[in-house]
Design a protein around this ligand. Structure first.
Ligand SMILES: [Zn+2]
Length: 466
C-alpha cells in the first residue's frame, strides 16, 4: 500500500515541479503599503492564492476564494469535514541568496527558492495528495477541504476569517512544519513592562536598544551612557567581555560612552539556543550607580530576567508532564531618557498554566522596580490526545512510508494553523534528517523529500476519509 502511493507520486513529479515553479515565481509577501479593499494584504498573496485555486479548477475540483485572503479546494461530501491547512504567503527574501529567490532553481537534487520549504512546496505536495486520491477514483466518505491561507507569516488574517465564517472542520492537519507530527503547541503570551524616564545625575542612561521582534532572542544591544570615569568603565567592560559568552566594543562618541554587545540571535521559542545581548548589557550596567527609572529598568532586566529562560526568578516556572516547560524570551528592551523604558517578554507555556497566571507573577516582580505591566496578546495552549485517530492514523502512514518507527509526536513552542482546530495537528513536510532552511536565505527542499511527502499525504488523506 505504502509503496503504491510512492510509485503514484513519482508519476506526478514533473507536473508537481512545474506547478511549484509557478507558485514560487509569485512574490507573495504581505505588502501592507499596497493594500486595497480588493487586496487587503497586497496583490502578491492574493495572486498566489488564485494560482493555487486555478490548479484545483484545472484538476476538476470545486474551489472558492473568500475575499482574496483565504480560499479552499473541495472534494467529496459528508457530515464530517477533513481540513488540510496550507499557506501561500512567504517571508521576505532577505539577503544572501545564491540564486534568485523567486525563480525556482533545481540543483543537486534540491529545489531552491522562497517557499520551497515553507510552505509552497509542502502545501502543494499535500494538494497533490488530494489530486492523486481523486485521479485514482477513490471516493471519500467525508468532505475534504484544502484551505489556503495568505497571511500565515504575520497575523493569520485569512485563516482566522475562514474559521469565523465557515463551519469548524471535524479534524485535520497542516503541512507546515515537520515530520513526524506535532500534537501540542504551547500557549503564547506577550507582555510589556513600562518604566518612567527619571535618571541618575552621576550615571545617566541616555538610551538602551535591544531586540527587533517578539519571537527572536536579541543578538545585539547598544546603550549610550554618561559616567564620571570613562577609563574605569572601559576596564570594567573589558573584564566583563572576558568572563561572559559575548563580544562587543565600547567607544566615546559625541562625548558619550557607547557600549555595544553582540550575543547570538535565535528563535524565541527556545531562548537557550541564543545569547541575549540585551540582558547581558543590562547586567553589565547594573554594576554601576544609576538612579531613578533608569536604574529600575536596568535592575529589573538584570535581576529578574537575565539568563532565566524558564522564568524561575519571577516564579512563572510551570511544567506540565505532557507539554513540558514554560519558556520566557526577553525580546525587546528599550529606554530613552525623554520617553522612559519598555521591556517586552514573550512566554510559551504548557496546559495547566495561563496568561493570567504569568501576568500576576510579572506584576509582582516588576512592582519592586516601579514597572507597570500590560498584556499585549495571547494564544492558549493546544494539545491533541496522542490516541486520537488523527494522530494514530497519520503516525501509522508516516511510519509505513519511511520505516522510521523511533520518532514520536512532539510538543513545540511554535504555532501552526493546526491550533485553530480542536483536533488539528501539524504534519510534515520537513523530515527529521533534512536541514531546516525556512525563513532563511537559500531556502531549499530535496525533491525526493517532496515526492515522498506527496505519497504520505495521499495515503493519509485516503485513510482519514474512509
Ligand atoms: Zn509556514
Amino acid at each position: 500500500m505504502a509503496n503504491q502511493w510512492l510509485k503514484k507520486a513519482q508519476d506526478y513529479k514533473d507536473s508537481y515541479l512545474k506547478d511549484l515553479k509557478e507558485l514560487v515565481s509569485i512574490k507573495s509577501v504581505r505588502d501592507d503599503a499596497h493594500a486595497t479593499d480588493d487586496y487587503p494584504l497586497g496583490k502578491g498573496p492574493a495572486k498566489a492564492l488564485e494560482k493555487f485555486l486555478s490548479f484545483g479548477k484545472r484538476d476538476g475540483f470545486k474551489t472558492k476564494n473568500l475575499e482574496n485572503i483565504v480560499g479552499y479546494i473541495e472534494y467529496g461530501q459528508g457530515d464530517k469535514t477533513l481540513a488540510i491547512q496550507a499557506h501561500a504567503d512567504v517571508m521576505p527574501a532577505g539577503d544572501g541568496w545564491e540564486t534568485d529567490p523567486f525563480t525556482m532553481t533545481q540543483k543537486d537534487g534540491n529545489v531552491y527558492g522562497r517557499g520551497t520549504s515553507d510552505d509552497k512546496g509542502p502545501g502543494l505536495a499535500a494538494y497533490y495528495g488530494l489530486r492523486m486520491l481523486k485521479d485514482s477514483g477513490i471516493k471519500p466518505n467525508l468532505k475534504i477541504r484544502f484551505i489556503i491561507g495568505t497571511d500565515e507569516e504575520s497575523q493569520w488574517t485569512g485563516m482566522k476569517h475562514y474559521f469565523s465564517v465557515e463551519p469548524a472542520p471535524t479534524f485535520g492537519f497542516s503541512p507546515d512544519a515537520e515530520f513526524p507530527l506535532i500534537n501540542g503547541e504551547k500557549g503564547n503570551a506577550t507582555f510589556e513592562t513600562q518604566f518612567g524616564d527619571s535618571n541618575g545625575v552621576e550615571y545617566t542612561l541616555k538610551s538602551f536598544n535591544s531586540g527587533l521582534r517578539m519571537n527572536m532572542v536579541p543578538g545585539d544591544a547598544t546603550a549610550l551612557i554618561d559616567v564620571p570615569d570613562n577609563e574605569k568603565l572601559v576596564d570594567a567592560f573589558t573584564k566583563f567581555l572576558d568572563t561572559h559568552p559575548i563580544s562587543g566594543d565600547i567607544k566615546l562618541t559625541d562625548e558619550r560612552m557607547r557600549i555595544h554587545i553582540v550575543g547570538k540571535a535565535a528563535h524565541g521559542m527556545e531562548p537557550k539556543n541564543g545569547v541575549n545581548a540585551g540582558t547581558y548589557l543590562a547586567t553589565f550596567l547594573n554594576e554601576f550607580n544609576f538612579d531613578g527609572d533608569a536604574e529600575n529598568f536596568i535592575s529589573f532586566i538584570a535581576e529578574k530576567l537575565h539568563e532565566d529562560s524558564r522564568a524561575h526568578k519571577i516564579g512563572a516556572d510551570h511544567v506540565d508532564s505532557l507539554m513540558g516547560e514554560t519558556t520566557m524570551n526577553v525580546a525587546i528592551m528599550k529606554f530613552d531618557h525623554t520617553k522612559g523604558g519598555t521591556v517586552n517578554t514573550n512566554f510559551r507555556y504548557p496546559q495547566g498554566f495561563s496568561d493570567k497566571d504569568i501576568l500576576k507573577k510579572l506584576i509582582l516582580a516588576a512592582d519592586e522596580y516601579k514597572g507597570e505591566v500590560h498584556q499585549l496578546d495571547n494564544m492558549d495552549p493546544h494539545y491533541v490526545d496522542p490516541k486520537d485517530p488523527i494522530v494514530t492514523t497519520l503516525m501509522k502512514v508516516y511510519q509505513q512510508q519511511t520505516g522510521d518507527t523511533k520518532s514520536t509526536p512532539e510538543v513545540v513552542g511554535g504555532g501552526t494553523y493546526a491550533r485553530l482546530m480542536d483536533r488539528g495537528v501539524a504534519f510534515g513536510a520537513l523530515f527529521p534528517d533534512t536541514e531546516d532552511t525556512m525563513h532563511q536565505a537559500n531556502e531549499f527542499q530535496p525533491v525526493n523529500d517532496l515526492i515522498k511527502a506527496m505519497a504520505i499525504y495521499g495515503q493519509s488523506i485516503s485513510e482519514l476519509s474512509k
